[in-house]
Design a protein around this ligand. Structure first.
Ligand SMILES: Cc1cc2nc3c(=O)[nH]c(=O)nc-3n(C[C@H](O)[C@H](O)[C@H](O)COP(=O)(O)OP(=O)(O)OC[C@H]3O[C@@H](n4cnc5c(N)ncnc54)[C@H](O)[C@@H]3O)c2cc1C
Ligand code: FES
Length: 348
């Protein structure tokens, strides 16, 4: 059952205890799968985690490693109170264990490395930021400001790495910590009291609880600056399980109006009829086409494609920003057709 769209067994190579409740897992990717598992900073890996009832759940973990700096792809998992998968990983993973994983996915992360970055992280939301920071410092020339909120000093993941990077690149990386134990939960007014220099022209990357990201945006507005683009990443668990093919492609019965779609996946174009009340991803899976996806809930960006002709409506979108929408990016798991003909390319 575990061969959904390119799932591969990855071997756990190293386990690093970052804090009392965060571990990093680095993986060996089979040699013939390295191209498929190439990743961009900001992307995530989806792991299949076994359950005691014999089933499994799928969970996403952002890469904390940098593709240009670290030899092995690495994710960092924070133990969540009563959390099924995070507890299982903390309590059971050993070196040499194999875990099913889907190829890297996700839209969070820079496209343009010429911009300066303002990175706002809370808790485990630091993982994609570390990947972005290391990649920028060792491959590009831009400057970055990181504001990192945690419960207390002990809960800061990558404290040492961050201070080493800051010491090595003092003109390019500026790190500010916020501790709820000292100052309470972050507020826009509270952040405004910190001595943070926000560049005039920058892209913002926000990752943490929605409340924190809202506060971060409010504070950035208070500074009188406007980000060129604001990227958000929400860390949540999904109900769907892309590793279970049975769950994935239920036949869809419909008597709705039908349109004509031409969809290119991996360079192969297919034309088919698409009912107006069926989501694009459901239709593709129904046809047996190998379309990428993870959450099927409009939150992860794993099913993103470019709409090159026609119009669709998205029933939900918690991940694409205005810039991506303006460039035709859409989510297949949430798209229903509007125009009579539609062309789409999976090129993400
Ligand atoms: C794109 C993406 C990237 C992610 N990257 C990371 C990462 O780098 N590191 C990481 O540790 N996690 C990351 N996550 C979150 C991760 O996928 C799981 O949601 C998390 O490990 C909790 O799963 P669980 O099975 O242990 O908890 P569940 O059994 O799913 O949840 C248990 C309880 O905890 C709550 N809960 C779930 N997630 C969180 C959370 N993140 N914080 C607080 N409460 C929560 C739930 O509401 C529930 O009440 C990411 C999620 C997404 C979508
Ligand atoms: S599969 Fe996650 S947004 Fe569509």
């Amino acid at each position: 059952m575990s061969n959904a769209h390119g799932a591969v067994e990855l071997e756990v190579d190293q386990i690093t205890h970052e804090t009392s409740d965060a571990i990093s897992l680095s993986f060996v990717v089979p040699e013939h799968r390295t191209a498929q598992f190439a990743y961009r900073p900001g992307q995530f890996l989806t792991l299949e985690i076994p359950c005691t009832d014999g089933g499994s759940v799928a969970r996403c973990y952002s890469f904390s490693s940098s593709p240009v700096r670290d030899p092995r792809p690495t994710v960092t998992v924070k133990r969540i109170e009563d959390g099924l998968a995070s507890h299982w990983l903390h309590d059971n993973v050993v070196r040499g264990m194999r875990l099913n994983a889907l190829p890297p996915s996700g839209m969070f992360g820079p496209e343009n490395w010429d911009s300066d970055f303002v990175l706002m992280a809370a808790g485990s939301g630091i993982t994609p930021m570390l990947s972005i920071i290391k990649t920028a410092l060792f491959r590009h020339d831009n400057r970055m400001t990181l504001v990192y909120a945690n419960q207390n000093r002990e809960s800061v993941i990558f404290a040492e790495q961050l201070s080493e990077l800051q010491a090595r690149f003092p003109d390019r990386l500026d790190v500010h910590h916020w501790f709820a134990s000292d100052s309470g939960l972050p507020t826009a007014a509270g952040l405004a009291t910190m001595d943070v220099m926000v560049p005039v022209d920058y892209e913002a990357f926000l990752c943490g609880p929605t409340q924190y990201m809202n506060v971060a945006e409010e504070w950035l507005a208070l500074t009188g600056t406007t980000a060129r683009r604001t990227h958000r990443e929400v860390f949540s668990s999904f109900d769907s399980n892309p590793f279970r093919i049975d769950d994935a492609a239920l036949p869809h019965e419909s008597d709705g109006k039908s349109v004509t779609a031409q969809v290119e996946i991996d360079g192969i174009e297919t034309e088919f009829a698409w009912n107006a009340d069926t989501k694009l991803l459901d239709r593709l899976l129904e046809l047996g086409l190998d379309a990428p996806y993870v959450c099927r809930e409009g939150t992860c960006g794993g099913c993103a494609y470019t709409l090159t002709e026609g119009t669709v409506t998205m029933l939900a979108n918690e991940t694409l920003d205005q810039h991506e929408m303006a460039h035709g990016v859409r989510l297949a798991c949430q798209s229903v057709p509007v125009s009579a003909t539609i062309r789409a390319v999976f090129d993400r």
